[in-house]
Design a protein around this ligand. Structure first.
Ligand SMILES: *[C@@H]1O[C@H](CO)[C@@H](O)[C@H](O)[C@H]1NC(C)=O
Ligand SMILES: *[C@@H]1O[C@H](CO)[C@@H](O)[C@H](O)[C@H]1NC(C)=O
Ligand SMILES: *[C@@H]1O[C@H](CO)[C@@H](O)[C@H](O)[C@H]1NC(C)=O
Ligand SMILES: *[C@@H]1O[C@H](CO)[C@@H](O)[C@H](O)[C@H]1NC(C)=O
Ligand SMILES: *[C@@H]1O[C@H](CO)[C@@H](O)[C@H](O)[C@H]1NC(C)=O
Ligand SMILES: *[C@@H]1O[C@H](CO)[C@@H](O)[C@H](O)[C@H]1NC(C)=O
Length: 247
């Protein structure tokens, strides 16, 4: 039914009605299974201890932006994301977002993946033009990916393609290792439910991702000295109950 899949993987932008069909664990759907660690772009972003230190809510910044997903064979996932949001009107106002979470996932029979976080996820937002130019917040969004495929790229090897809640594709991720590189699959810090009340704003998240895909290359991380100015973006986003401005 999808004979071109293996040779033209990037053309697999299926229309939504097709996405709704039942999952197929066939060679056409995934040429290998999803277990392991996947990473986009130049693969400097990788899940595990080299990215997030949940106990003290800190991050180790990768050399370049990107995203990484890990899956165990017994239902656990971890996500590491590092992205920059460009700002056309104010080129100096580049927002950097580091995001980490983990929890349990399910390969749903309708072809989607649901990811339910443990509640200990967090993210750091750096906006040199915001009133608060650098802050941490809890991140605990349940995520839905309406479809996924795994194909083999001639040079990069196995590639995981995830489609977001609205069907739009994420950047493809290459398989780094078949054994997942992950932090322990349990809550790694205590979060009070009151402070974890960040709710989903996926439309916002979606727009952020669009920005990334349309920008060329992978910008380097914010210079330390550029974080001190004021502006409205983060406040605005926060005030609509954000929690999900990440890549
Ligand atoms: C597939 O199942 C998930 C989980 O139950 C649900 O959220 C999603 O809407 C379903 N997708 C379709 C296309 O029905
Ligand atoms: C596709 O992925 C599923 C889940 O990881 C796995 O059970 C199945 O064996 C995979 N199919 C192939 C052909 O590897
Ligand atoms: C957080 O903890 C790690 C060890 O787990 C340590 O290496 C790091 O310096 C700490 N970071 C901060 C900001 O305290
Ligand atoms: C995180 O989200 C999950 C799934 O919605 C929920 O069960 C859990 O209570 C949340 N945890 C916190 C600390 O808010
Ligand atoms: C959470 O708090 C409880 C009680 O103080 C403690 O026993 C537990 O080790 C803490 N868990 C983590 C992951 O820090
Ligand atoms: C760009 O920066 C300006 C000035 O700080 C700000 O008002 C505007 O909201 C920003 N736009 C985006 C898309 O971030």
């Amino acid at each position: 039914m999808m004979p071109l899949l293996l040779s033209f993987p990037l053309l697999v932008l299926l229309p939504l009605p097709v996405l709704a069909q039942d999952i197929q664990y066939t060679l056409q759907h995934n040429v290998t299974n999803i277990y392991g660690t996947w990473s986009s772009g130049s693969q400097n972003v990788v899940t595990g201890a080299g990215f997030a230190q949940p106990a003290n809510m800190s991050f180790i910044y990768p050399k370049t932006t990107g995203m990484s997903y890990s899956f165990t064979s017994d239902g656990y996932y971890e996500i590491a994301r590092y992205r920059m949001n460009g700002n056309g009107t104010s080129p100096n106002c580049i927002t950097g977002v580091m995001n980490w979470c983990h929890g349990t996932y399910e390969l749903v029979s309708n072809g989607s993946i649901t990811m339910t976080p443990f509640g200990d996820g967090y993210q750091q937002i750096q906006d040199p033009c915001a009133a608060i130019s650098n802050f941490m917040q809890n991140y605990n969004d349940t995520e839905l990916y309406v479809q996924w495929t795994i194909y083999q790229d001639p040079t990069l090897g196995y590639m995981l393609q995830l489609y977001q809640f609205d069907g739009s594709p994420l950047p493809p991720m290459a398989l780094l290792s078949t054994s997942p590189n992950m932090l322990p699959t349990q809550p790694l810090r205590n979060v009070s439910t009151a402070s974890a009340a960040t709710k989903k704003k996926r439309h916002l998240e979606q727009r952020e991702m669009m920005v990334e895909r349309s920008s060329s290359g992978e910008p380097r991380r914010l210079a330390g000295g550029s974080r001190a100015l004021l502006g409205g973006l983060v406040i605005l986003l926060w005030s609509v109950g954000m929690g999900s401005v990440f890549m």
